[in-house]
Structure formats: structure tokens, C-alpha cells
Design a binder for this molecule. Structure first.
Ligand SMILES: Nc1ncnc2c1ncn2[C@@H]1O[C@H](COP(=O)(O)OP(=O)(O)OP(=O)(O)O)[C@@H](O)[C@H]1O
Ligand SMILES: *[C@@H]1O[C@H](CO)[C@@H](O)[C@H](O)[C@H]1NC(C)=O
Ligand SMILES: *[C@@H]1O[C@H](CO)[C@@H](O)[C@H](O)[C@H]1NC(C)=O
Ligand SMILES: *[C@@H]1O[C@H](CO)[C@@H](O)[C@H](O)[C@H]1NC(C)=O
Ligand SMILES: CC(=O)N[C@H]1CO[C@H](CO)[C@@H](O)[C@@H]1O
Ligand SMILES: [Mg+2]
Length: 422
């Protein structure tokens, strides 16, 4: 790997330094300080362990979010203690999202018992102001402070985007940790404004200090920094336990990226004249990370073949969703649906001349059939993804991020339109 040309130091905090990258304008190096501040060898040892754990956590978590489709500042890992990120001007707000009441929330809301479940999630924000202990802020306080970062004024639109994004990010991480039987109790994150695109992106880091995790939803087994805060006495044994807990998290954090189940979509088309329609389904499936196979078979002209193909995919134990693409009279979907327990989605390629009549062959079913019908190829893939998303968190996370991104696009389109008409 070519050595990075490290330029000017742009920023420095308690735990990180931010450097300009001479050959990559718009990108920065985020260097963890653990190593450089460590004085003697023993201390360095201890710090290196921690830095590595923080490294693994941040890079796995950002990778999961990135692959899901969430916009983040993370670009790639550079070394054990540094990563490359897009250069942002940071919005000085900590966004906190809670599923279960605990910690400071209980102090600020006397009467609420630990363990109270927030549905929907509870959002809070804190102004980053060390001198005043990071006071809690209202939305109005944030709006009235009229922050301007990288040329973007933080107004209602931007606040709404950060609020919504925090919820989506929480739900994605919650779903991922659930695969490890672990409850994500709460989380805090920060956003920045990309200096080049003026986009609001998740920035800074998500590490051991950013969340509370309770294995099996049990507070007594918590695996986060709270264990450290709760120590009555810092004995070597107690520190060993804290270290083991962080190792527990860092061992599991990479499992968040592993698929839990892998299904497939089998698209059956009545004729190769439907190929373009089917290719669109395959393309959309691929964007969700779902394997998609195309086959040609006609339930009218070769029902024996249709049932043989069905048996082939029923026979290997791989969870399958069938999509039937048949023009004119759709015999394919209903015949499949009447003969398999797997889900069948009709996606007829309707034409302007007879479409209004043809669609009824996909809608009006004999009793006992449960196939669904959607008209656009993207919708067929999305529906299949929603079925797999029930058991495969990676697919679910992509659907969740896509929903957020659609919402943000609409919000930005409206903002632009309002600005034009002023
Ligand atoms: N992608 C990025 N581009 C620019 N600045 C960044 C980026 N990621 C993080 N920073 C900023 O780098 C600075 C150093 O980080 P560090 O976490 O060490 O600060 P800190 O002492 O914890 O202070 P803070 O309370 O702001 O987090 C912070 O101001 C942080 O917001
Ligand atoms: C830091 O993260 C990268 C990318 O995940 C990994 O290759 C590297 O081994 C990690 N370093 C340590 C010390 O764990
Ligand atoms: C986030 O949005 C929700 C729903 O609109 C709202 O109730 C809440 O007050 C907002 N939270 C913050 C901290 O802005
Ligand atoms: C989660 O819990 C279930 C039920 O107790 C168990 O079967 C499964 O193995 C656990 N999974 C992990 C990753 O610990
Ligand atoms: C308690 C503990 O070990 N916390 C560590 C979490 O990770 C940061 C690095 O991001 C370390 O500085 C902390 O010491
Ligand atoms: Mg910080």
C-alpha cells in the first residue's frame, strides 16, 4: 500500500488527531492517540489492547452501516490505530437514542424505573460543551444557535435529518446485535457536514464508549464501559473483567457482518421475451445482496417442466422466494402457488394494450392460493427482500437504510424547491 502523504494537523482532541491528506483532498486521517500518549511499556501494552478493540469496533460498525446504505464519513481502515475519513466540519451535538431507560435518563426523569422500554425510541440531544458538562438541549435551542458548518446552516431540515438518521442507525445496530442475543440499550453518535458535498453524514467514531450492550437483555451481564464506571474499587481482578468484557464485544462485533441466513430468489419467466423485465428484478435483488436465478418455463405449455424446476429448488433446503413473470394470461404464478409452500410473487409484465385485462389473471385466484402481485420489477425484489429480512439482518438493514435515504431525498428536494421559489 502506498504511503500516505500526511499534511497539516487539522484538529486534536482527547483521543484523536485529524490530519489533512496531501494527495487526497477532501479526505482526512483520523489517528487514535492511544499509542502516542502512552509513556512506559506496561501502559503502552494496555493501551494497545484497547486501541485495537476500539479499532475493530469502529471499523466493523461503520462497515455494517456503510454496506447497509447509511452515509458515513468512514472511508477505510489505514492501520491498527488510524482510518481514512471524509473531511467534515463537526456539528457540536451528541445525539442519544434509547430503547431501555437506564443511566442518566433515570436521574433526569425521576419516577421512571430502570428497564422501561421506549417504543418508539427516545431521542435526546446534548450540546458538546465540556466546560458546562454537555448540557441537554431542546430542538429549539439547536435551531436558535444557527450553527453554520462547511457553509451549511443547521435549520429545521438538517435537524430532522439528523433525528431520523439517528433512529435508523440505532435500529440497524439493534437488529445486528440481536443476532448475538444482545440488547442495544442506548447509543450516542455525532454528525458532520462533508466539506465538499455539504451532506450531513455520520462521523467521528462508534466504539466501546458509544453504547450500552446487555447480553440477553440482562443488565448484570453488561459488556460496555458502564462496567468500568460501576467498579467500586479498581483492583487488577476488576480491570481484568473490564478487559474481558471489551474483548467479548470485539470478538462479536465482526459477527455483525456475517449473514445469518441466505435465501435466494428464483424468477420464472414464461418466455425469453420477458428477459429485460426479469433482469431488472435480478439487478434489484443483487442490490439487497440476494442471489437471484432466472429460468424459462411455461405453466401452459410445459407444466411438467414447471413442476420439475419447482422440485429442484424445493429439494436443497435453501429458503426460496419464487417470482412468476408471465405476460397475457399468468398461469405460471398460480400453478406454482398451488403446488409449493414457498412464497410466490406475481410480477406480470403488463402492456398498455391489454394490461388492464391481463392483470386479473394474477389477482383473481382459486381458493387456497396465497400468491401476491406487484407490478414493478423493483417492487418484486423489494418484497422478496422484506421476506428474507425477517431472518437475515443484513437484508433488513439495507431495507431500513433505503427507507431513510428515500425520506431524506424528499426532504432535500422540498428544501431545494422552497429555496428556488423564494
Ligand atoms: N471525519 C472528521 N473530519 C473532521 N473532524 C473530525 C472527523 N471525525 C472526528 N473529528 C473531530 O476530531 C476531533 C478530535 O476527536 P476527539 O474525539 O479526540 O475529541 P474529544 O477530545 O473527544 O472532543 P469532543 O468532545 O469534540 O469529542 C473532534 O473535534 C472530532 O469531532
Ligand atoms: C484494525 O482493523 C482492521 C480492519 O478491520 C484490521 O485489519 C486490523 O487487524 C485491526 N487491528 C487490530 C490491532 O485489531
Ligand atoms: C426527534 O423527532 C421526534 C419525532 O418527530 C420528536 O418527538 C423529538 O422531539 C425529536 N428529538 C429531538 C432531540 O430533536
Ligand atoms: C441466542 O439464544 C438462543 C436461544 O437461547 C440460542 O439458541 C442461540 O444459540 C444464541 N445465539 C448466540 C449467538 O449466542
Ligand atoms: C474503559 C476503556 O477501556 N475505554 C476505552 C474505549 O476506547 C477508547 C478509544 O476509543 C479508549 O481511549 C478508552 O480507554
Ligand atoms: Mg470525541
Amino acid at each position: 500500500e502506498a504511503a500516505l502523504k500526511i499534511g497539516q494537523k487539522l484538529n486534536e482532541g482527547k483521543t484523536k488527531q485529524i490530519f489533512e491528506l496531501v494527495d487526497q483532498p477532501g479526505l482526512v486521517l483520523v489517528q487514535s492517540k492511544d499509542q502516542i500518549t502512552a509513556g512506559n511499556a506496561v501502559r503502552k501494552d494496555q493501551m494497545e489492547g484497547k486501541a485495537a478493540i476500539a479499532n475493530k469496533t469502529t471499523s466493523c460498525v461503520f462497515k455494517l452501516l456503510q454496506e447497509s446504505g447509511i452515509k458515513t464519513a468512514f472511508v477505510k481502515q489505514h492501520s491498527d490505530t488510524a482510518f481514512i475519513a471524509t473531511h467534515c466540519e463537526m456539528i457540536p451535538i451528541e445525539w442519544v437514542c434509547r430503547r431501555v431507560a437506564t443511566g442518566s435518563f433515570l436521574k433526569r426523569n425521576p419516577g421512571v424505573k430502570e428497564g422501561y422500554r421506549f417504543t418508539p425510541l427516545k431521542m435526546e440531544m446534548f450540546f458538546k460543551d465540556d466546560a458546562n458538562n454537555d448540557p441537554q438541549w431542546s430542538e429549539e435551542q439547536l435551531l436558535e444557535s444557527k450553527f453554520c458548518l462547511a457553509g451549511l446552516t443547521i435549520s429545521q431540515c438538517e435537524v430532522d435529518i439528523m433525528n431520523r438518521s439517528t433512529v435508523a442507525i440505532f435500529e440497524i445496530l439493534e437488529k445486528a446485535w440481536a443476532t448475538q442475543n444482545c440488547t442495544l440499550v442506548d447509543m450516542k453518535i455525532e454528525f458532520g457536514v462533508n466539506v465538499k458535498t455539504q451532506e450531513i453524514v455520520l462521523a467521528d467514531v462508534i466504539d466501546n464508549d458509544s453504547w450500552r450492550l446487555w447480553p440477553a437483555g440482562d443488565r448484570s451481564q453488561q459488556k460496555d464501559k458502564q462496567v468500568y464506571r460501576d467498579l467500586k474499587e479498581v483492583t487488577p481482578e476488576a480491570m481484568q473483567m473490564v478487559k474481558r468484557n471489551f474483548e467479548w464485544v470485539s470478538e462479536r462485533v465482526k459477527l455483525l457482518l456475517e449473514p445469518q441466513a441466505s435465501g435466494r430468489v428464483v424468477v420464472l419467466m414464461g418466455s425469453t421475451s420477458d428477459m429485460a423485465h426479469c433482469e431488472k428484478i435480478r439487478k434489484a435483488c443483487t442490490s439487497y445482496g440476494i442471489m437471484c436465478i432466472l429460468r424459462v418455463t411455461s405453466a401452459h405449455k410445459g407444466p411438467d417442466e414447471t413442476l420439475r424446476i419447482k422440485a429442484e429448488y424445493e429439494g436443497d433446503g435453501v429458503p426460496t422466494v419464487f417470482v412468476a413473470v408471465a405476460g397475457r394470461s399468468n398461469g405460471l404464478g398460480p400453478v406454482m402457488s398451488g403446488n409449493t409452500a414457498y412464497p410466490v410473487i406475481n410480477c406480470p409484465p403488463l402492456t398498455p394494450d391489454w394490461g388492464a385485462q391481463d392483470v386479473w389473471s394474477s389477482l383473481r385466484m382459486p381458493s387456497g392460493l396465497g400468491c401476491s402481485t406487484v407490478l414493478s420489477p423493483d417492487a418484486a425484489a423489494q418484497f422478496a427482500a422484506q421476506i428474507f429480512g425477517l431472518t437475515d439482518h443484513l437484508v433488513w438493514c439495507k431495507l431500513r437504510a433505503s427507507m431513510l435515504n428515500t425520506w431524506v431525498s424528499l426532504k432535500l428536494a422540498d428544501k431545494k424547491l422552497q429555496a428556488c421559489s423564494l
